[in-house]
Design a binder for this molecule. Structure first.
Ligand SMILES: *Cc1c(COP(=O)(O)O)cnc(C)c1O
Length: 220
């Protein structure tokens, strides 16, 4: 079976959604996957996302999956469907402001740092409750936190990857149980990429982000 169909089927079986990560890939590659029925596409650069969004069908759901600078939120605020990697209060405030300007509520995921690698991005698990407290105090009415996102360490060690996904899943469950997030909107767990999505689906992912397996390797 064709790889796209296979992955789409695996997602369906796990009741997860497939985000096709089209960064660096041309419009034509997106169009051919669209023709096969794919509707969710993810990009990690604001400029590229905007350029693609204007020329492609309007029923595509666009996800911003990469690190997002506050000063660029305004460009995607009119149309973005989900922002995956929010890790600062400053960014949340800016998203709220731009969402209000566009009279929308923008859905976001909080990125949690689960990898052992030194990474600049993501909220540290032990600073998470403080983050939530700071967020609650602001009472932002135009952002909706609909779940969590994380990236496992880039390694061959499958046990380590599984442990990191399990950690994220535990934090996710903990948040769901806590009073502040006690609402049905909080239900997404974005984890799993080309190299580790099968493990992610086994560990409760609701959204996998697949690039190279669908589009081939990227050349920058
Ligand atoms: C590029 C990227 C992906 C997809 O990576 P692949 O290994 O090509 O599947 C997923 N998530 C994020 C945040 C990315 O930047």
């Amino acid at each position: 079976m064709e790889l796209f169909k296979e992955i789409a089927q695996e997602c369906q079986n796990a009741q997860a959604r497939l985000v096709a990560v089209s960064k660096t890939k041309p419009i034509s590659s997106i169009e051919s996957l669209y023709a096969k029925g794919q509707r969710i596409f993810g990009e990690n650069k604001v400029q590229e996302l905007c350029q693609k969004q204007v020329v492609l069908p309007s029923d595509i759901e666009w996800h911003m999956i990469g690190h997002l600078q506050s000063n660029k939120v305004k460009y995607i605020a009119p149309f973005v469907d989900l922002i995956h990697a929010v890790d600062s209060i400053k960014l949340l405030k800016e998203i709220n402001k731009q969402a209000r300007n566009n009279q929308r509520i923008i859905h976001v995921l909080l990125q949690i740092k689960i990898a052992s690698e030194e990474s600049k991005y993501g909220i540290n698990p032990n600073e998470f409750s403080a983050f939530i407290e700071a967020y609650e105090a602001l009472d932002l009415s135009h952002v909706s936190i609909v779940g969590l996102m994380g990236m496992a360490t880039f390694t061959e060690d499958k046990d380590q990857i599984r442990k990191e996904f399990q950690l994220l899943q535990e934090i996710f469950e903990e948040v769901k149980r806590s009073s502040f997030m006690d609402k049905p909107a909080f239900k997404e767990l974005s984890m799993g990429m080309s190299g580790d999505y099968k493990i992610a689906l086994e560990e409760g992912s609701t959204m996998i982000r697949i690039g190279s397996l669908l589009f081939g390797h990227r050349t920058y």
